[in-house]
Design a protein around this ligand. Structure first.
Ligand code: M6R
Length: 612
C-alpha cells in the first residue's frame, strides 16, 4: 500500500528519492516523508497529504545535500493520516529512521515492551516500534540489527532504515510485502516497485521472502533473516521511464485507456510457435498435470475478480472443466474443497495483493497447483505460483485498473485455449481461429476509442446523477460489475452492477424517474439472451429509467428503447467485454473529472493492497 524508495550513491538523495516518490505516489497518498543522514544526525521532513505538501515543506525548509537516505508515501493503516504519523519514524536519539509498508501484527506487545523499558513513542503507528527496536539492537551493524528485529516481528512488512552512525549504508527487509533492488553504476536503489528507480536503471534484483538487503554505493548484499547469504534473481526491466509518464494526457488513467490496443497486442505477441501451438510464459506444470485437472478455482480482487468471472465462461465453454470464481479475500476462510487435481488461477495486476497471495498459499498448502496471471515481472504472486502467464500491459499507474483488465481477459482466454489444446479438446486450426479473433481486438478497441466523444458528453451531462445502475447478461454481467466499480472508485457515486435477469427479483424497485441505467446488450448472434435483455430494457424504461445501451454496431433492434446508444464493434460473444468496457472506463474517468475529483488518485484508495 505504501511506497518506499531508498538510495545510496553520488547524487543528491533528496532529488532521487522525491523523483521515486512521484512515481510511487499511486501506492498511497495520505502523507509523505524523506530522511537523509548529514553528519552524525538523521534529518527528516514529513507532511500529511499528497507529495505536493512535502515538496512545499522541502522548499521552505530544505535538507542539506546528502548521498544516502530514503522516502515514503503512505496509505494509512495504524494511526490517522497526519504529520505525527507520517513516515519516516525515528528512535528517541534521532539516530535511526525507518519507513514501512505493511502491518506489524504484534506491534502492541512490542510497544508495551518498549514502554516498560522507558521508551516514549511519538506516534500511533505500528511502524515506530521498529525504529526503537533497531536502536536497541544496533551495535555498529544496521543489517545485523535489522535481522534481529525482523525475527521478532509478525505480519507483513517491507522496512527500510538508515542509521546516523553507519554512513553510506541503507538497509531493507521484506516479508510478504514488495521490495526490489535497482542496481546502478556506483549507486544502488530500493523501491516498492521498479518505477521508483526506472529513471536511473533498468537492472533490477528480486528479493525473496524473509530477506535483508544491505545497500552500499558499490555493492548489494542479501541475507536471510538468520544471516545466511541468499540467492536472488536479477533481471532487466522491459519498459523505460517514459512508460511511467503521462505523455501529454491529463491523467494516467486516460493515457492507460488509450494504451489498451497496444497492451492487448503485446499480451498476444509470440504466443503461437512454429508448429502452430499455443505457448504460455512460464509453464512449470506438465501437460500431464493439466490433463489431470478436474476443477478450476479462479481467485482475484476487484477488477481482477471481474476478469475471473469472464474466464469462467471461456474455460468451461472450451474445456468443459468446471470453474468456480471467488473473491480472494473470502477464499481461504470458508475451508474450500481443494486437492491435487484442482488448478487455482490467481489473477493480479500488481502481483502483490495480500488477499490473493494468502489465498494462493492456502491453495498450495492443500496440494493444489497455482497458475498466476500477472502484470508485474518478479512480483510475489508469480514467484509463489507453479506457472505464470504475464500480461504485457506495461506499468499501470492510475489507481483504477483499465489496461490490466483488458489484458487479463486476453490472458484468461489464452489459458482456456491452452488447456483445450493440451487436453485435446480443440485442433490446432480451431485454436488458431480463436487466436485470430483475439488478434483482431487491438483494432476493435481502437475503433471504440475513436468514437467515445459522445460518451464524454454524456458523462458531463450526468454529473449530478445520484446513482447509476449497470445491467448485463452472460459475459456482459462482469462488464456491468466492472463499469459500476469504476464509477464508485472514481466518481464516489452509488453504482451497482446486476445480472439483468435478476432485475425483477428485487433491483427493479430502485428504478425511478430519470435514473441512468447502463445496459450491456449481448451480440445479436446470441438471440435468446439478446431478446431477453431487450425486454429488460423496455421494463426499466417503462418505469422511467434513462437507458444507456451498449450494443454491437448494426443492432437496430435496441435503438427504439435506448435514450443513448453506444455502438461497439461486433466481436465474438466471449470477447465482447474487451470492447464493451472501454466506453464505461471513459465514462467514469470523465465523470470524475467533471466533478473535479482526482482521477488518478481517488480518495481512500491505493493501487496495490498489500495488507489483508
Ligand atoms: O493488483 P491486483 O490486480 O491484485 O489488484 C486487485 C484490486 O485491488 C484492483 O483491481 C482494484 O479493484 C482496482 N483499483 C480497480 O480499479
Amino acid at each position: 500500500m505504501c511506497g518506499i524508495v531508498g538510495y545510496v550513491g553520488q547524487q543528491n538523495v533528496v532529488d532521487v528519492v522525491m523523483g521515486g516518490l512521484r512515481r510511487l505516489e499511486y501506492r498511497g497518498y495520505d502523507s509523505a516523508g524523506v530522511a537523509v543522514v548529514a553528519g552524525d544526525e538523521v534529518l527528516v521532513r514529513r507532511r500529511a497529504g499528497k507529495l505536493a505538501n512535502l515538496e512545499k515543506l522541502l522548499a521552505d525548509k530544505p535538507l542539506p545535500a546528502a548521498t544516502f537516505g530514503m522516502g515514503h508515501t503512505r496509505w494509512a493503516t495504524h494511526g490517522a493520516p497526519n504529520d505525527r504519523n507520517a513516515h519516516p519514524h525515528l528512535d528517541e536519539a534521532a539516530k535511526v529512521a525507518v519507513v514501512h509498508n505493511g502491518i506489524i501484527e504484534n506491534f502492541a506487545a512490542l510497544r508495551s515492551h518498549l514502554e516498560d523499558n522507558g521508551v516514549t513513542l511519538a506516534s500511533d503507528t505500528d511502524t515506530e516500534v521498529v525504529s526503537h527496536l533497531l536502536a536497541e539492537q544496533f551495535d555498529g551493524d544496521l543489517a545485523e540489527a535489522m535481522r534481529a528485529v525482523c525475527r521478532k516481528l509478525e505480519g507483513a512488512f517491507t522496512l527500510v532504515a538508515v542509521h546516523a552512525d553507519q554512513p553510506d549504508v541503507v538497509v531493507g527487509a521484506r516479508r510478504n510485502s514488495p521490495l526490489v533492488v535497482g542496481r546502478g553504476d556506483g549507486e544502488n536503489f530500493l523501491g516498492s516497485d521498479v518505477s521508483a528507480f526506472i529513471a536511473h536503471t533498468r537492472h533490477a534484483v528480486e528479493l525473496g521472502q524473509d530477506q535483508v538487503v544491505e545497500l552500499r554505493a558499490d555493492r548489494v548484499d542479501v541475507t536471510t533473516f538468520d544471516g545466511q547469504p541468499a540467492e536472488v534473481r536479477e533481471y532487466e526491466v522491459d519498459w523505460d521511464a517514459s512508460a511511467a509518464e503521462k505523455g501529454g494526457y491529463d491523467y494516467f488513467m486516460l493515457k492507460e485507456i488509450y494504451e489498451q490496443p497496444k497492451a492487448v497486442a503485446d499480451t498476444l505477441l509470440g504466443r503461437i510457435d512454429d508448429e502452430g501451438l499455443l505457448q504460455l510464459d512460464e509453464m512449470r506444470l506438465s501437460d500431464e498435470d493439466l490433463r489431470d485437472v478436474d476443477k478450476i478455482v479462479i481467485i482475484g480482487c476487484g477488477t481482477a475478480f471481474h476478469s475471473g468471472l469472464i474466464a469462467k465462461y471461456s474455460i468451461e465453454h472450451w474445456t468443459r472443466i468446471p470453474v468456480e470464481v471467488e473473491v480472494a479475500s473470502e477464499f481461504r476462510y470458508r475451508d474450500p474443497i481443494l486437492g491435487r487435481r484442482t488448478l487455482v488461477i490467481a489473477i493480479s495486476q500488481s502481483g502483490e495483493t495480500m488477499d490473493t497471495l494468502m489465498a494462493i498459499r492456502h491453495a498450495r498448502e492443500q496440494g493444489s497447483r497455482v497458475l498466476a496471471i500477472c502484470n508485474v515481472n518478479g512480483s510475489t504472486i508469480p514467484r509463489e505460483s507453479d506457472a505464470v502467464v504475464y500480461t504485457y500491459a506495461g506499468p499501470e499507474i492510475a489507481v483504477a485498473s483499465t489496461k490490466a483488465f483488458l489484458t487479463q481477459i486476453i490472458a484468461v482466454h489464452l489459458v482456456a485455449l491452452y488447456l483445450a489444446q493440451v487436453r485435446g479438446m480443440k485442433w490446432s486450426d480451431e485454436i488458431a481461429r480463436h487466436v485470430d479473433d483475439l488478434a483482431a481486438m487491438p483494432e476493435a478497441v481502437d475503433r471504440v476509442l475513436d468514437t467515445v466523444g459522445p460518451v464524454r458528453a454524456l458523462a458531463r451531462e450526468l454529473v449530478d446523477a445520484r446513482a447509476v445502475l449497470f445491467l448485463g447478461r452472460h459475459v456482459g454481467f462482469p462488464v456491468a460489475l466492472e463499469g459500476a466499480l469504476k464509477l464508485k472508485e472514481l466518481a464516489y457515486m452509488h453504482a451497482e452492477g446486476f445480472p439483468a435477469g435478476e432485475l425483477k427479483h428485487g433491483p427493479i424497485a430502485l428504478i425511478e424517474e430519470g435514473l441512468p441505467v447502463v445496459v450491456v446488450v449481448p451480440p445479436l448472434s446470441r438471440k435468446v439472451l439478446h431478446d431477453k435483455i431487450v425486454s429488460n430494457i423496455q421494463e426499466i424504461r417503462a418505469r422511467g429509467a434513462r437507458t444507456i445501451v451498449i450494443a454491437e454496431e448494426g443492432d437496430d433492434t435496441v435503438a427504439p428503447y435506448a435514450d443513448t446508444l453506444i455502438p461497439v464493434p461486433a466481436v465474438p460473444t466471449l470477447l465482447q467485454p474487451v470492447v464493451a468496457i472501454v466506453p464505461l472506463q471513459v465514462f467514469a474517468c470523465e465523470l470524475a473529472s467533471a466533478k473535479g475529483y482526482d482521477v488518478d488518485q481517488p480518495r481512500n484508495l491505493a493501487k496495490s493492497v498489500t495488507v489483508e
